[in-house]
Design a protein around this ligand. Structure first.
Ligand SMILES: [Zn+2]
Ligand SMILES: [Zn+2]
Length: 59
C-alpha cells in the first residue's frame, strides 16, 4: 500500500519540493489565493516567482 503525498511545486522552476527540503511557502502578495512555493535552489539564487493565478511576479 502506497502513501500518497501531495507534493508542492516550486513556483520558480516548477520542480517538486521534496520533503525536508528548505523550501518556503507563502500566499501570493497580490491575490492571496495561491500558495507560492520556492525551493531551496531558487531561494539561494533569488529567482523571481510567478503566481499561477494572477500572474504576479516578485522576488
Ligand atoms: Zn525552484
Ligand atoms: Zn496571485
Amino acid at each position: 500500500m502506497q502513501k500518497v503525498v501531495k507534493m508542492p511545486k516550486c513556483s520558480c522552476c516548477a520542480r517538486n519540493i521534496l520533503p525536508g527540503e528548505e523550501a518556503v511557502s507563502f500566499p501570493c502578495p497580490n491575490c492571496a489565493s495561491v500558495t507560492i512555493w520556492r525551493c531551496a535552489t531558487c531561494r539561494k539564487f533569488g529567482r523571481p516567482y510567478k503566481c499561477a493565478r494572477c500572474g504576479f511576479e516578485g522576488p
